[in-house]
Design a protein around this ligand. Structure first.
Ligand SMILES: [Zn+2]
Length: 359
């Protein structure tokens, strides 16, 4: 089945993890065996061949670079300009992958429709994998004219914050409203037609963002707080509000967001009993709140700084996303609902977002 994955950090993996995603996953892992700089070394799950094997023909792929002020202990660049330059390097890698025919940037409705046509049965043949360009954490947007430049480069969605305090919004584990810069950013996003990704917004900034943004809203990679209590997750009330706004919520595959009590570096996927069924539990929770299957999708984040040591035990590579539709069908989901979750909801969302008249 054709799968849409609404959150992958492909360029970050290429440039910060030094992974050539065009290569077989076994080769990528083997070259990292002796490396210890990242917890997921030798255990990555994402490569282009594995995406193709799983029918993942369209993804939302990020640019990501954090700016940290003097008092921010998180890792990051010491100026927004350095962060901007990093995202531009990431864009250069996406362009190089387009030149190789590996990727195709999808930036409007016509291109989306043509691409879906080629991939609709989950086998794109020799078609490239489509990607919608997104920015995770907006710190790298130095000024609003930079945002206009980014839009011209194909940027179509922004999550204003990532972990910690940000220039435009407060993220996971932080607190506080957007402030004036964040509201101006949202206004400009609205004018340009850029999707607001509410994933990673802290509760205050989530509230503030939904109050000030009129355009399309999604949550690219978020799970349920009532199943795993953490501020990174959405409460049932937040999920209800997102449903009212027509959002689609992509389920994330990071194990600590799937089962309670995960201790990084200690808990194992087998030990915690975390599997694709656990992902289905989060999807089902949202569907039960909505009363339908129109607001769920996949936003695996499978290359978001973790590998097999911290993902569902039955996910060996991203190709295993293809097994999720079968699990949902076994739970009694109708074929059309399974297809909506696998790809249809995010495609519908993008078609509507890109058809809407600009303010
Ligand atoms: Zn993230």
């Amino acid at each position: 089945m054709f799968i849409v994955d609404a959150h992958l950090d492909l360029a970050m993996n290429a440039l910060e993890w030094n992974r050539d995603l065009t290569r077989p996953i076994e080769e990528i892992r083997a070259r990292e065996q002796a490396w210890v700089d990242k917890p997921d070394r030798g255990r990555g799950t994402v490569s282009f061949p594995e995406m193709r094997r799983g029918g993942v023909g369209l993804c939302v792929a990020t640019q990501i670079a954090r700016y940290v002020a003097l008092d921010n202990p998180l890792p990051g660049w010491h100026s927004p300009e350095q962060a901007w330059a990093t995202t531009q390097g990431q864009l250069a890698w996406y362009r190089a992958m387009e030149e190789r025919g590996e990727l195709l940037q999808i930036r409007d409705r016509d291109a989306l429709d043509r691409h879906v046509e080629r991939w609709q049965d989950g086998d794109g043949g020799d078609a490239p994998i489509g990607y919608v360009l997104s920015l995770e954490g907006a710190d790298s947007v130095v000024t609003l004219p930079h945002l206009e430049r980014a839009y011209a480069q194909g940027l179509r969605a922004i999550g204003p914050a990532h972990y910690g305090p940000g220039v435009y919004a407060q993220g996971t584990n932080a607190c506080g409203d957007l402030g004036a810069p964040g509201r101006e950013l949202l206004q400009e996003m609205d004018r340009l037609g850029i999707i607001l990704d509410v994933t990673h917004l802290c509760d205050d900034s989530f509230r503030d963002a939904l109050d000030h943004f009129r355009g399309p809203v999604w949550a690219s990679h978020s799970n349920c707080r009532s199943l795993v209590a953490h501020n990174r997750q959405f409460s049932d009330d937040q999920i209800k509000e997102l449903i009212q706004r027509g959002a689609v919520i992509g389920s994330a595959f990071d194990a600590w967001m799937l089962v309670p009590g995960w201790v990084r570096g200690e808990t194992t996927p087998d030990g915690a009993g975390v599997s694709l069924q656990t992902v289905a539990d989060h999807i089902d929770h949202i569907c039960q709140i909505a009363g339908n299957a129109r607001h769920c999708g996949i936003g695996s984040d499978l290359d978001g700084g973790f590998g097999r040591e911290q993902c569902p035990s039955d996910v060996h590579t991203i190709a295993d996303l293809s097994r999720l539709p079968g699990l949902l069908a076994e739970r009694g989901y109708a074929p059309e609902d399974v297809a909506q979750i696998a790809h249809g909801n995010f495609i519908r969302f993008l078609r509507e977002a890109w058809a809407r008249p600009r303010s």
